[in-house]
Ligand binder design. Sequence first.
Ligand code: PEP
Ligand code: MN
Length: 337
Amino acid sequence: MIVVLKHDPNRAQLDSLKAWLQEKGITIHESIGHSNTILGLVGDTSKLDIDLIAALDIVEAVKRVQEPYKNANRKFHPEDTVIDLGCTTIGGDELTIMAGPCSVETEEQVVAIAKAVKASGATMLRGGAFKPRTSPYSFQGLGERGLEILKVARQETGLPIVTELMDLSQLPLFKDVDVIQIGARNMQNFDLLKAVGHQDRPVMIKRGMSATYEEWLMSAEYVMSGGNENVILCERGIRTFESYTRNTLDLAAIPVMQRLTHLPIIIDPSHATGKSWLVEPLAMGAVATGCAGLQIEVHNDPAHALCDGPQSLRPEDFDPLAKKLLALHAAMKGLEG
Ligand code: PEP
Ligand code: MN
């Protein structure tokens, strides 16, 4: 971190700043220039509050030269993280395909969809039991019963399940879930992130709709700093001025995350677009860009879905798409040699 001091800083304030930094184990390299003095801070600056330093009377500007996330940083962990779910992995050589309804409605529905998506090549079953809905009058999910239904579908198909945790109080119910999803709206619910960091289930963090890459990685850092290294990132579209699509899919997130972090990145083209006919082109684009996997909403009867019908694919539409995605992924691996 570099701290640029104002011209002729107050000596007592400067000494107090230096003493405070040294107490925190930081080594200071002072370089006295013609008009400005610069302090180069060396050591673990990740715990320093940059805004606090910038607000000091004697400080002109502060610049971080190192990212504030350590556990998630590729610099300190060059190898890709591969999450082992027993029957499948996320972030390894296989393309992860999470598919299933937006929300769990009935056992019959979820089991039928799970069987269909598995036959098409899906590697995980998605489905919301606790649903974050914009309106309090919309279907809020089946809650605990929904989790039980997902487990029945897992039993029937062998597909591991990924489902959203909305609140700390629900955590005891998620012990047996394969991947805990933290939804876009909760990406910065820091208490929730801390709690999932202190348990051992893998966690998938969806990007907040207006979150920067760094904010998203800091959310991953919250989980990892608690001891849980099994974190997956999911880009699900961000909010822009465009209103034709539900959100705007940021495909650049794939190569950017691959550069900044070792964590696997999943793309959700369903929430990114809100339209079922856009799911295929964007899913193909995501695989071509090198994502670790996809999360796609599939419903047996989209017209009557209790949530997100317009963006859901029918199993018969998902089937050829899954095959194309797997073929494209295999071709990409072939090109890598
Ligand atoms: C979901 O996947 O069910 C969901 C609500 O997604 P998001 O948090 O990305 O809106
Ligand atoms: Mn949905």
